[in-house]
Design a protein around this ligand. Structure first.
Ligand code: ZN
Length: 256
């Protein structure tokens, strides 16, 4: 059911070895602007310059506070290899551990967004999968999985195994009783998917008041997805959101 879809998507974007920190910072600002902040919950990561290394924010740093210099380079045991952190904090969020399971399982994944935003959390609390019922949801057509059981705080390896298995070959995952995960071939794709999961979760809840979300035709959804998930569209969207985030902060929103 997923083979053709994900195979065609995977060919669209080559892996990049460039430094992702500027893009990660803009991702953090965008997600803050989109209401994804939830206490200490939520982590953003991207692959580092060497195998088995990853960039992540210090524990407790709000997305809104992220700066290009904030990122910590960690190894696959969560040891900090590089980076000074922010506000004297130089330890990664222990929940970053489950990201590492996804990276191990998925060589194509370069960046992961995991957040607990309000609407996706409402669907998660109701244990309801996301319905692709609107054009803006079609980027997720046949590419968002659903994990119906909450395995507990994602700080141990068991949770990582379950989450990586639930994601399978897809690029997005709604975790019942928990939140969302977007696994991108780059920071722009992970951000793009995370933002639209939350917006479409909000739409699904709103639509429930007027008869309920009705899935769009699968063939049309697939064609729309294959257009909207091109690098050109995702990068242009990410860049516009990043410029908006930069303007709001009196900062440079351009990530590259
Ligand atoms: Zn979480």
């Amino acid at each position: 059911m997923t083979g053709v879809a994900t195979a065609s998507l995977r060919q669209a974007t080559p892996a990049t070895a460039s430094d992702p920190r500027a893009a990660l910072t803009r991702c953090a600002w965008i997600l803050a602007d989109e209401g994804h902040e939830s206490g200490l919950a939520g982590q953003l990561t991207a692959r580092g310059p060497r195998d088995g290394t990853f960039w992540t924010l210090p524990l407790g740093l709000a997305f809104d506070e992220a700066d290009d210099a904030s990122w910590l380079l960690i190894d696959d045991a969560l040891n900090v290899l590089e980076g000074v952190g922010s506000y004297g904090i130089r330890e990664p969020n222990p929940a970053t551990r489950f990201h590492l399971w996804v990276y191990r399982a998925r060589a194509d994944v370069q960046a992961i967004v995991h957040t607990h935003p309000p609407a996706a959390s409402a669907l998660a609390a109701a244990a309801q999968p996301l319905v692709v019922a609107h054009m803006d949801a079609t980027p997720l057509f046949d590419d968002i999985a659903f994990l119906p059981d909450w395995p507990g705080l994602p700080t141990a390896d068991r949770e990582g195994e379950l989450i990586a298995a639930a994601l399978g070959t897809k690029h997005a995952l709604l975790l019942a009783h928990h939140g969302l995960l977007a696994a991108g071939r780059g920071v722009a794709e992970a951000t793009f998917l995370a933002v639209f999961i939350e917006r479409m979760a909000r739409l699904q809840i709103d639509a429930a008041k007027v008869g309920g979300a009705r899935a769009v035709d699968g063939g049309e959804a697939r064609r729309a997805r294959d257009f909207l998930r091109t690098d050109r569209i995702m990068n242009a969207t990410f860049d516009a959101w990043a410029r908006r985030a930069g303007r709001r902060r009196g900062r440079d929103g351009v990530a590259s």
